[in-house]
Design a protein around this ligand. Structure first.
Ligand SMILES: [Zn+2]
Length: 454
């Protein structure tokens, strides 16, 4: 066991979970090994497996029935299984493993008469000595995690929706990614989905609007992933899993545009298929002119370029009034109203980011931020974007219009359509409302076909 312990310390030095093992036959050490899943990129590279492999190779037989295995930690189910398969005579371990031990702690593989014939076993040998490197290792890991958490410490002027709010949402299995070192974020933590290979031939960049988040794209993401594409879907600050500034006034057109520009730069996204709707378009349509070479195609759903040249639609003014009158409006109900096909759990997922009024600054700020006159913040850059799409846009385009949308529906979209050169006639979706992505599966499929990506 002292030799096994020396192996455990070698594992610790190598940055592996410190477990060591020694295989003995007729009082002679045949093989020694330590855990190496990280360095070998092998989930099965536990000390016990490695030491049995080495011994079996030296002895020219997979049967180790006259051997004893000494290991510093109670074996897991895999290793216990390997011990049985090797028909080891004797197993001796040091520290017990209350979380995964398969020799008595969690379960006892060796006590099943159907499986086991002759392995005798003994635990707790030099238990304290064997536990010590493990304690050192996991303490260091906790310290490292703490340091990492401190890096994304929550800014004093922001709130962060607890992770628990997002547990078990339907059709949203993707792990979070965070970025907080963009200059414009100034330490705020922004969340984004990043799925598919980073060297994929194309990247779908999906931008949501108010009051949605990346959840809005759950029907479209799988279609593109199945084709081997990469999908990026950020949650704008104030939305989804991103940090939320406490003050309404933190939100501005220019700030959010800058965050998106820096985000795209930081990830160095290319061959972008830009997917926009609502504020995802009000902001997103102003992005390609800054770096046209990053963009291949535009998939545009109910949105607008708010150039300040025309009055905002009556539907939009009604929406803005509703947000002002009822600042605590139920986001889930908003989705349920236009989408009878959605389950109540899906609707509730849109409330998840906003547990209370303190989390809703973006919801209060955004309706008033839509540029409404010639000199509104964002209007000039929107006019530049309109000119860009009208005369310089070289990418492919595809437009879908949810016809049930009273805010940014067909009349608004027809105006936008006239501004995008080369955009084929829009596809009308009579059943879809404002949140067109809720009918996104077919849209995602058709976009791939029309953009020649099949
Ligand atoms: Zn194991």
């Amino acid at each position: 066991m002292q030799l096994a312990l020396a192996q455990a310390h070698a594992a610790l030095a190598a940055g592996e979970v410190p477990v060591g093992a020694v295989l003995v036959r007729n009082g002679k050490v045949i093989a020694q090994a330590h855990n190496a899943p990280i360095s070998k990129h092998d989930p099965s590279a536990h000390a016990e497996v490695l030491v049995m492999q080495e011994a079996a190779r030296l002895l020219g037989s997979y049967r180790l029935d006259d051997c004893s295995l000494y290991v510093t930690l109670e074996p897991c189910t895999m290793c216990a299984g390997a011990v049985l398969n090797a028909r080891l005579r004797r197993l001796v371990w040091g520290a017990t493993e209350p979380k995964t031990g398969a020799a008595g702690s969690v379960l006892d593989v060796f006590s099943l008469p159907q499986l086991n014939h002759h392995t005798t076993r003994k635990g707790g040998v030099l238990a304290a000595d064997c536990a010590q490197p493990l304690q050192t290792f996991f303490k260091a890991q906790r310290v490292a995690h703490k340091a990492q958490a401190a890096e994304t410490r929550l800014r004093d002027d922001a709130v962060r929706t607890p992770d628990t709010a997002f547990q078990g949402l339907p059709d949203y299995p993707w792990p979070p990614n965070y970025i907080s070192d963009l200059p414009s974020l100034n330490g705020l933590r922004m969340h984004y989905l990043d799925e598919g290979p980073s060297d994929a031939s194309v990247t779908w960049l999906c931008l949501h609007g108010n009051p949605a988040w990346s959840y809005l794209y759950r029907h479209m993401v799988p279609v593109w992933l199945a084709a081997g594409h990469r999908v990026i879907a950020p949650d704008m600050p104030g939305f989804g899993k991103s940090d939320k500034p406490k003050k309404d006034a933190t939100h501005s057109f220019e700030w959010h545009r800058q965050v998106l520009l820096e985000f795209i730069d930081a990830l160095d996204l290319r061959q972008i298929q830009l997917v926009v709707q609502d504020w995802g378009g009000i902001l997103g349509l102003t992005l390609p002119m800054a770096q046209p070479w990053r963009y291949d195609a535009l998939l545009v759903m109910n949105t607008t370029l708010a150039t300040g040249e025309r009055p905002l639609s009556e539907g939009f003014l009604a929406w803005r009034q509703m947000c002002a009158d009822k600042p605590m409006f139920d986001v889930a109900k908003l989705f349920a109203r236009g989408n009878p096909q959605m389950s109540s759990d899906e609707c509730a997922a849109y409330n998840a980011p906003f547990p209370d009024a303190g989390h809703r600054a973006a919801l209060r700020a955004f309706p008033a931020m839509v540029p409404s006159s010639w000199d509104s913040p964002g209007a000039a850059v929107s006019r530049q974007a309109a000119a860009f799409f009208n005369t310089q846009w070289q990418g492919k385009s595809l437009m879908f219009i949810g016809q049930q949308d009273p805010v940014l529906g067909e009349p608004v979209m027809r105006e936008l359509h006239a501004q995008i050169q080369g955009c084929p006639p829009p596809v009308l979706l009579p059943q879809a409302g404002h949140f067109v992505q809720e009918h996104g599966h077919e849209i995602a499929v058709q976009a791939m076909t029309d953009f020649g990506l099949n």
